[in-house]
Design a protein around this ligand. Structure first.
Ligand code: ADP
Length: 699
């Protein structure tokens, strides 16, 4: 047993090669050692002696007569031994005889070691009686009890470190050093396993060379790695007693052991509370020696501490991960609510407790720091919507799900449109909780209204265009119209003159006058009819759907255009379905479509020299429930790729064209539930057609 001092109060005690750090003062330590202990200066003068020292040599107080009691023979040999030991820098260990107060000599095992870390060197002397077996056992017992108390003390210290949250590396290092102190010829290594248990993470190995860290850190957990890998995968301790063993052959760990002179290795798996491998604690030794009971206890305790430390770290890591996740998802929620302008709330119905998201307060334009309640929110609801809001809230509280749109008045006196969804949930806590969201849909509402306004404007524009197009079409027919009207007018004039002449005869020819008057009436009716039709087409009147015969419409338009076409040397062939084709539609609009088709056919033949110029107006039943009207000409035609483009607004190939006729025609036909298309003919010219549903005859 040797004593060394470090600092003023701490001492290192070596017992059988193991070192213990004590926090006791020097005199306290020396009093507890069951041996004669004293200290001297360099010259050998005694400075301090414990109570056993004083009792043995019969000294009172602080007297220092100890070394005079040395046996004369030993007094010769001991100084030589002391000199040798000091020259070699070794501790002195010698058997000497010391004279007791009573005069008798007893054998002692004397050891001496330098004591102190200051400038003046002191020596500590420990003399343990040799001749009594019981004393030797006693020394052993003392050594054991030192070790045991050191183990407990250190273990407590390390566990306190774990509890304080000291870094794992520091805890592992301390565990390794403790085990290495308490077990002779012992080199420890702690490896942790990654969370997925696929890789090793180096923990600590204070006395091992760096090669061990390099070999293990981040290496894959596999039995082929050596005893550590095997212990981790099999979850059983693996012991190798000879470095030449097959278990080590070809393994990285085996190579390291050979390289560093380790013959023995004991790898212990560290199991988590759930039975998974969390790490491996390995002890490398140069010689094989079975562990004493105490040593095995040390190893077991070390494994226990390592397991607790890893477990705690993992829990902490998991906690940090969870906290991070919660923080992240909260941030995401806030961002998502912000982006979607949606706030949320929960209301514990029994406890009358509210929780509103930041966004909800923002939407309601309320400062959250004022800790507003539902009534503050309610105060914002626009007065016209308050009754609806209250009624819906009551419905929600009674357990029904609600979806309500209401308005609020912000602090800047502007109206906001909100949509609220809520329903009672029984899964949030112990009590029924009203869970809901409120979305600011003001922008959406405004956009919707703008869209509606836009659509209405579009419809109006389309109507205006249709009107303009109609006026233009009809003005193009002025000649025809004039003819249509002037012909009956001329007839009326002629007939009126004839009447006058016949009445002037004596006697007047009453019969002829009557006949002439009848013709006058007929012509008047005809002129009136033409004017009526023209007024109908010119007038801005809302569309009226009525039963009408497609053939009749076609005939009327042909009549209207006949003279114009005749003047342009275009003959009209009508191939009309023999049966009336009853459709439900707006007569004026459908006539405009047919008229537009006729005039386009006319224009297509305007510049061509071919004879005869003719166009065919045909109608037929397409299927059971639709009728088709086509106008075929022998004009210039159009390239196939224009077949669709010509229906686009403002597409025109004419010098003075507007390109809106077909676009309007198609939209009229589509409004009637039909379709309109154009195709080039196999021969010259083109055919433009539409098909519209027939009126269903009543069942
Ligand atoms: P616009 O007559 O003012 O040009 P439309 O919309 O009525 O406007 O016609 C668009 C274009 O479609 C015409 O300019 C012409 O190129 C083409 N088109 C229409 N009908 C015919 C047809 N029967 N034959 C050849 N091209 C035609």
């Amino acid at each position: 047993m040797h004593l060394f001092r470090r600092g003023n109060l701490k001492a290192v005690i070596f017992i059988n090669g193991a070192a213990f750090l004590s926090t006791l003062s020097l005199s306290e330590i020396c009093e507890r050692i069951p041996a004669i202990v004293w200290t001297t200066d360099e010259a050998g003068s005694t400075i301090y002696g414990n109570s056993r020292f004083r009792a043995y040599f019969g000294l009172d107080g602080q007297g220092t007569e100890g070394l005079n009691a040395l046996h004369p023979d030993d007094a010769i040999t001991l100084p030589v031994k002391i000199r040798n030991a000091r020259r070699e820098g070794l501790d002195l260990i010698a058997d000497v005889r010391l004279r007791r107060m009573s005069g008798e000599y007893c054998w002692f095992a004397l050891s001496s070691s330098p004591w102190g870390d200051g400038a003046a060197i002191e020596y500590c002397w420990v003399a343990v009686k040799r001749n009594k077996r019981a004393d030797a056992n006693f020394v052993q017992r003392v050594a054991d009890s030192w070790q045991a108390s050191h183990l407990i003390h250190s273990e407590t210290e390390i566990l306190e470190m774990v509890a304080r949250g000291t870094a794992t590396a520091e805890v592992f290092d301390k565990v390794c050093r403790l085990v290495e102190e308490l077990i002779d010829d012992c080199f420890c290594c702690i490896l942790e396993l990654s969370l997925d248990r696929r890789h090793f993470r180096f923990g600590a190995a204070p006395r091992l060379p760096g090669g061990f860290k390099d070999a293990f850190d981040r290496s894959e957990v596999a039995a082929g790695l050596g005893p550590c890998g095997l212990a981790a995968t099999s979850r059983r301790p693996v012991e190798v007693l000879d470095s030449a063993s097959d278990a080590l052959a070809g393994t990285a760990e085996g190579r390291l052991m050979l390289l560093n002179g380790f013959n023995v290795c004991q790898a212990n798996p560290i199991l988590s509370p759930y039975g998974n491998t969390a790490g491996v604690f390995t002890i490398y030794r140069q010689r094989h020696a079975a562990f004493s009971l105490f040593e095995q206890q040390v190893v077991d305790r070390a494994i226990n501490i390592i397991s607790i430390s890893i477990d705690r770290t993992r829990h902490e890591e998991a906690l940090v991960r969870r906290e991070t996740q919660v923080r992240r998802s909260q941030a995401q929620l806030v961002a998502a609510q912000r982006i979607s302008s949606t706030g949320s709330f929960t209301f514990d119905i029994r406890n009358n407790e509210y929780m509103c998201s930041e966004e909800l307060y923002r939407i309601f334009d309320i400062d959250p720091s004022l800790e507003p309640d539902i009534y503050d929110l309610r105060k914002r609801v626009y007065r016209d919507d308050l009754a609806k809001f209250d009624a819906e809230l009551q419905r929600a509280l009674s357990g029904q799900s609600i979806d309500v749109t209401f308005r609020i008045m912000t602090s800047h006196a502007s109206l906001k449109f909100l949509r609220g969804l809520a329903q009672v949930s029984y899964h949030v806590g112990d009590n029924p909780v009203l869970v809901g969201t409120v979305q600011d849909i003001t922008d959406f509402k405004n956009a919707q209204e703008a869209l509606q306004r836009g659509e209405e404007a579009l419809i109006r524009a389309r109507e205006d265009l249709a009107y303009v197009s109609r006026v233009m079409t009809i003005s193009a027919l002025t000649a025809s119209i004039a003819h249509e009207v002037s012909q009956p007018l001329a007839g009326i004039l002629t007939n009126a003159n004839a009447c006058l002449r016949l009445l002037a005869l004596s006697p007047p020819n009453i019969e002829a006058v009557s006949e002439t008057a009848r013709r006058t009436i007929r012509d008047t009716l005809r002129a009136t009819e033409v004017i009526k039709r023209l007024r109908g087409m010119f007038a801005r009147q809302p569309s009226t759907m009525e039963h009408t015969d497609l053939n009749e419409l076609a005939r009327e338009v042909i009549v209207l255009c006949a003279r114009d076409l005749h003047q342009k040397s275009i003959s009209v062939i009508a191939h009309l379905e023999t049966k009336p084709l009853q459709v439900m539609g707006d007569r004026v609009q459908l006539q405009q479509v047919i008229l537009n088709m006729l005039l386009n056919a006319r224009d297509a033949m305007g510049d061509i020299e071919i004879q005869p110029r003719s166009l065919t107006v045909s109608t037929h039943l397409d299927t059971e429930d639709s009728a088709v009207l086509s106008i075929t000409d022998v004009g210039i035609g159009f390239p196939l790729e224009d077949a669709d483009r010509m229906f686009e607004a403002f597409f025109t190939t004419k010098q003075d064209g507007m390109g809106i006729g077909l676009a309007i025609s198609r939209s009229i036909i589509e409004n009637h539930g039909g379709i309109m298309w154009a195709e080039p003919n196999d021969g010259p010219g083109a055919t433009v057609s539409f098909s519209i549903p027939l009126r269903r005859s009543p069942q």
